[in-house]
Design a binder for this molecule. Structure first.
Ligand SMILES: [Zn+2]
Length: 93
């Protein structure tokens, strides 16, 4: 295993862990996803689709539907709007 794949494997595990933490504990959710974002950028590990849905690219907070964000379905895509005004669109099959 090369150095790079080894690091990206660890990075993926840490990102998964941080998102789990964010789901369980709303108090640390925002700092957890910010850290996850940093790791993802540093090690060039993209967030998976299910993670992107719950993360605001604009202000970097963890999105909780009905609390700080709205999830709507519009013409075959999910539109996620954050309280900061950030919008994200996801196509689904
Ligand atoms: Zn936002």
């Amino acid at each position: 295993m090369s150095r790079k794949t080894k690091f990206s494997k660890i990075a993926k595990e840490r990102i998964n862990y941080l998102f789990e933490l964010a789901q369980k504990d709303p108090e640390v959710a925002n700092s957890a996803v910010r850290l996850a974002r940093k790791i993802s950028l540093k090690y060039n590990v993209p967030f998976s689709k299910d993670k992107k849905l719950f993360f605001c690219k604009k202000c970097g907070i963890y999105l909780i539907p009905g609390k700080n964000s709205q999830f709507r379905i519009n013409r075959g895509s999910v539109v996620v709007s954050c309280e900061c005004g950030g919008l994200a669109r996801f196509k689904f099959k």
